[in-house]
Design a protein around this ligand. Structure first.
Ligand SMILES: [Zn+2]
Length: 482
């Protein structure tokens, strides 16, 4: 670390609230969110008046929602001054921050479509491009390019939440995080993770190699105790290292991020490494880390200090109650770079209300987001299939290393062809996989309607398939038939 970086890290460390969460806090992420809310309460009379107390005492869910709505109004005021897209929109529609007092008041603000952002990302910038500390471009599966900008303050806030999340999964001084991403992701997430580890005094190592020997060597050299990365990438490397005793590596937890994690893949990874696999959900638009599982592994705790989430019926736009599945809509609460207000994520999930068995008292969880709406393909009579669905069915056997699916036409029927890399290909494995994917409800229904053929499984040479992030796992060759 150079002198300048060292000074920066001291400044950052002082500003980070994650360092102020007590080490024995049962739910460090919630502890951090609460500190953010309390700090805002101390500083702002508007919030104190809203809550109706001068001394906060115990923070309830109702108090916390008032904090979030106060932050929404602040973000709207910032946007009206600095963000061209919202300045124009709010002016044209006569939308005023002071009208947003309840959760349902959010419905008064129109949704922001991903297309709006892709069309002209600069309109969402709160500062000029030259003042951004980092800019990232996402290609997206539909080909739209979105530029997302983060100011230094945005990045510090992100490092703060990542730090709290790393504490939450059980990291402490003496631990080291091994960061495994292939070189194909939209932006390099390791930057923020290395930063978070540095500030907390944890070790870290980064390795993008599919060469398994190199991966193991880097892990050993850095004394890695935790792993974070893309599940499909970790799985691929794990499957290729099957003859090694991975349990002896002493990895205490694996954090799966940037892609949906199927339960079958989770089970295989947990078995191979002998530790829990924790799921993270996020999107580039909001700086990736947005929600993380606790040890209960039944829902992801959300970063409610930096974003307010809504679940809506994608058809009618109305709010859905906890437990009901709908589209996740996110509003940033503290962003300065790219500001997004009621942004449609196209991800389907549901709220799970607190408390949680991990000790969190007010922090809301979301169900593991499953199929991205824009990654879905329809088969048979409109049954939606998406990568996570097939992951569940194909990774049922540890001999499977990787796979891709093609959807084509077999006469009038849809045909799913699974190209599978397996360590020991056999007819028995073919039958097992055909049976497993045929039982996926969407496929089974299609077969019973006689609009989907029995799926085919073909083996390809291990290592011959190009590594594909989940978004590219399914190829639709039907052209205009869809
Ligand atoms: Zn929990």
């Amino acid at each position: 670390m150079g002198a300048k970086e060292y000074m920066m890290s001291l400044i950052v460390r002082r500003r980070l609230l994650s360092n102020k969460v007590p080490a024995d806090h049962p739910a460090p992420l919630e502890g951090w969110i609460e500190l953010k809310a309390r700090k805002t309460f101390m500083k702002n009379r508007e919030l104190r008046e809203d809550i109706g107390r001068s001394d906060l005492g115990t923070l309830t869910r109702a108090d916390f929602e008032k904090y979030q709505l106060f932050r929404v109004r602040e973000q709207m005021r910032y946007a009206m001054e600095n963000v061209p897209f919202y300045r124009d929109r709010f002016k044209a529609l006569g939308i005023r921050p002071e009208d947003i007092r309840t959760y349902d008041d959010l419905l008064k603000i129109p949704l922001t479509e991903p297309g709006d952002l892709a069309e002209n990302s600069m309109l969402f910038y709160g500062v000029s491009a030259t003042k951004m500390a980092r800019e990232f471009t996402t290609t997206g599966t539909t080909g739209h390019r979105k530029s997302i900008g983060f100011t230094a303050s945005d990045l510090i806030s992100k490092i703060d939440i990542i730090s709290s999340a790393l504490k939450g999964v059980g990291m402490s001084k003496g631990d080291s995080l091994h960061i495994m991403f292939p070189l194909v992701t939209a932006w390099d997430p390791s930057l923020l993770m290395v930063g978070a580890c540095g500030i907390l005094g944890y070790g870290s190592s980064v390795c993008a190699e599919t060469d398994t020997e190199k991966q193991l060597q880097v892990m050993r050299d850095s004394h890695a105790t935790f792993i974070i990365g893309l599940p499909s990438f970790i799985y691929r490397v794990t499957a290729l290292m099957k003859d090694k005793d991975l349990r002896s590596m002493g990895i205490r937890k694996i954090i799966s991020t940037s892609e949906p994690l199927s339960e079958s893949m989770r089970a295989l990874l947990e078995d191979a490494w002998g530790c829990k696999v924790i799921d993270v959900w996020g999107m580039t638009e909001f700086g990736l880390a947005c929600a993380i599982e606790c040890d209960c592994q039944n829902g992801l705790h959300t970063d409610e200090a930096n974003m307010i989430m809504e679940i809506i019926d994608p058809e009618t736009g109305r709010h859905l109650p906890p437990g009901e599945k709908g589209e996740l809509v996110i509003t940033s609460l503290n962003a300065q770079g790219t500001v997004l207000i009621r942004y449609r994520t196209r991800d389907i999930t549901a709220f799970i209300d607190p408390p949680c068995d991990c000790g969190a008292m007010f922090n809301r969880k979301i169900l593991k987001p499953g199929g991205r709406m824009d990654l879905q393909f329809k088969i048979g009579m409109g049954h939606k299939v998406y990568p996570l669905l097939f992951d569940e069915a194909v990774f049922v056997d540890p001999r499977v290393l990787d796979y891709q699916v093609e959807i084509s036409k077999d006469g009038y029927r849809d045909l799913l062809t699974f190209r599978v890399e397996a360590s020991e290909p056999s007819e028995e494995l073919v039958s097992k996989l055909v049976d497993s994917v045929s039982k996926v409800m969407e496929v089974a229904d299609g077969i019973s309607e006689d609009l989907v053929s029995t799926p085919k499984v073909e083996f390809v040479e291990p290592g011959s398939m190009e590594y594909a992030v989940k978004a590219k796992k399914i190829r639709d060759l039907r052209g205009s038939f869809d």
